[in-house]
Design a protein around this ligand. Sequence first.
Ligand SMILES: [Zn+2]
Length: 527
Amino acid sequence: MDPSVNPSLALRETFGFDAFRPGQEDAVRAAIGPPARDVLVVMPTGAGKSLCYQLPALVRDDVTLVVSPLVSLMRDQVDSLAKIAPGRVALVNSQRDAADNRAALRAAAGGTLRLLYIAPERCCTAPFLQAMKDIEIGLFVVDEAHCVSQWGHDFRPDYFRLADVARRLGAEAIIASTATATPQVANDIVLRLGLRDPVRVATGFDRPSLSVGVIPCASAQAKHRHIAAALQEPGATPAIVYAGTRSGAEKLAGHLSGDLDGTVAAYHAGLGRERRVDVQRRFMDGRLDVVVATNAFGMGIDKADVRTVCHESVPGSIEAYYQEAGRAGRDGRPARALLFAEGRDKGLHVFFIQRAEGSFESTRARWSQYRAVWRFVETPACRRTAILRHFGDRRTPAPMPGVPCCDVCDPSWVPAAPAPKRSRSRPAGAPVVAAGDLDAAIVEVVETAHPPVGRTRTIEILRGGRAQALVRSGHDGLPAYGTFDHLTAKQVMARVDELIAAGRLRSTGGMYPKLETVDRGRLQRAA
Ligand SMILES: [Zn+2]
């Protein structure tokens, strides 16, 4: 290799950029060498991670292998690289036909190719290793390198063999790259990929233009209303809404289509390929305002002007959360990440962890992710500080001027709770409701409210109160909310007290007494 390679000049000539972004130059210099050194790149999504190996690959005179588990990401990278380096980049994966894959390998053998992208499972096969035998491999890039660690959020057993493959192919250096590594995961990557005295490049995790909010919701209906209201605010779209399940994504997309003026579509792995490509293309072109998706969406989607990312349920880990939230505002302009948390999500997490098969270590890792993500959701302190600490970044968040930090630092910023639809409220002139209905509504509030409520809050809920604490707990999302707004507080209170006197409800006592139904209390004691 030519030792006179000037990385800045190469950057300008190849990519057309005038300057490196933080961390890139160190990684590029280490990967060019000579001799090249192992590198661990930890950079948040959107910070220019892939350039750290693409530029060295294009100035080197051997072949760089890039192992990536994400087919769509590979395709995007290859498509955009083909424009600046035609004929020098190719990919091999199971979604292409065999003839194309063979042609890519021939190009590698012919010496014209500089970058070859490949899926991890194929990279470990004997035919591939055989095909690579006489090809000079310079850099061996492991993208999404956190997949090698059980402490990461996306463990893949195939990754265990990559260190072996890299050394067998005689790679000069291994470049491991990831967007989401805690210090523990970073150490695991170094160990499991056998990196030798790697150059570590880690840029900060702060996103100055991204406001982070967690909004407690009492029910699925409250979430839907809240999300619709947030997306109706001026400048809220383009937006991605992450849903926990495929059916959840479909359902929410249906709701939002009715609520919003803009266009909404669902995206998940269960849709046909054509449909997915169509949704993705329309979103990229700006013809679609909102995509409601499972986590299958966004891998490799490089849309810079996403203004809002909503999470309809609490993700399984902070890594997954921040990777998805980080798809907002990649153009550096103000953007929001809103997480709508329901107490029920916690139960679901516990259920899935208990049900998941896996080693003792992987179960332990899942519990640790569970604790971390719920600490973040329930923290009374700055959310962005919590995220930075999780990734081992000791800095203080530094929001751009005029950009709110988070819902804790700046509570006024959280999108206003929408007024619920009062479908059950009394039409004008209708008779005052019978005591029987009010009793049922009181019991319903006591049984469904989460967090549990006391006497005063129950009355406020039924009368459609707008107290801040009520709204922040998401109690305005309960089906019975506002259904007795035509009664006075005294009238509702009288019924609550009668139910207590009749033994159907009781108070838990203590400093902040809550109401509970007597039958339910009995069941809970028996359990
Ligand atoms: Zn904050």
